[in-house]
Design a binder for this molecule. Sequence first.
Ligand SMILES: *Cc1c(COP(=O)(O)O)cnc(C)c1O
Length: 378
Amino acid sequence: MKPGTRYVHESQEPDAFTGAVTVPITLTSTFKQDGVGKPRAGWEYGRTGNPSRKSLEGAIAAAENGTHGLCFASGSAATAAVFNLLQPGDEVVSTMDVYGGTWRMLRKVYEKYGIKARFLDSHSADSFKESLTARTRLMWVETPTNPMMNIVDIAAVAGLRSRQTLLVVDNTFASPYFQNPLDLGADIVVHSTTKYIGGHSDVIGGALVTNDAEIYEACRFYQNAAGGVPSPFDSFLVQRGLKTLAVRMERHQANAFEVASVLKGHAKVGRLFFPGFADHPGHAAAKRQMRGFPGMISFELNGGRPAVERFVQRLKLFTFAESLGGVESLACHPTTMTHGAIPQADRERIGITEGLMRLSVGIEDAEDLKEDIRQALQ
Ligand SMILES: *Cc1c(COP(=O)(O)O)cnc(C)c1O
């Protein structure tokens, strides 16, 4: 089955009991058991397992060409489940422009349990290789990165894996439609389903997918023990989003190329970061590992912070807000929003300047979006 078909059919058979075509939202906290030690079909308690969640977990696993999926109440909860595989003294290697919340979790939450994190300025597999030590347990890769749209060569970094060092890829930006890290050698894929998979800016959720039964069992144990699970209703919303992922991503991509072409070379715009264009430094690597490009574009406004303030006031269709991946176009100012937790010196070193804007291009009509950007720049 091709991806667009899998998103609609995999792990969402019509209900065996009623024939309901849509997987029911099973709003229950507990399940009647048929006798001592006889839970019906394995269901016991809603934190441990719920049919709505289970259906979604299977569907997201299939979307990532994986065998095992687990869903969480947020992308951050999925991320925490992976870090809980670690022991005191273990090391994690990632890049400086990793998702701000992941940086914060490593630095402010897991460091106090003795887990050491390094954040590289470079995105080359060589720099990952040089940073590996006998204690490195995880390489945490995001590609394209947020907000600079750097590309990490997943297969090259996967070549550095060993029995003790796993590769995790946060695939939130590309979405499963454009990139499948497990196929490129990753051990675990993480998603904030809040973004493209949910796709409608109406739910917070997360997921992880792996082909490794041992990793799955360890993360599933943590999921039940720590309890950061999505509600049945949230599971339904994410699953409803997944069904239309293929059509939405095609439209996000087409619109992103249109909007990026307005920004490119515009007198009010400095550097443009869009990996879909051939002159982006990561374009060749992106073409090798991605089937297309999501609606994410960053660019510098000439005129810095004052220009940013005027620009966001003038936007009519692009909503000034954090997050990404929904049907509606959003504009965000990374310095004061998504990357506010990162120290200023680190931010500036990796290019997150006061004039930087990030767009999440939605699925509206491209002409309207282009006109909005044109008039706001003007
Ligand atoms: C949003 C996001 C997360 C965190 O997900 P939440 O659902 O907000 O907890 C992690 N990684 C990336 C790349 C994200 O964009």
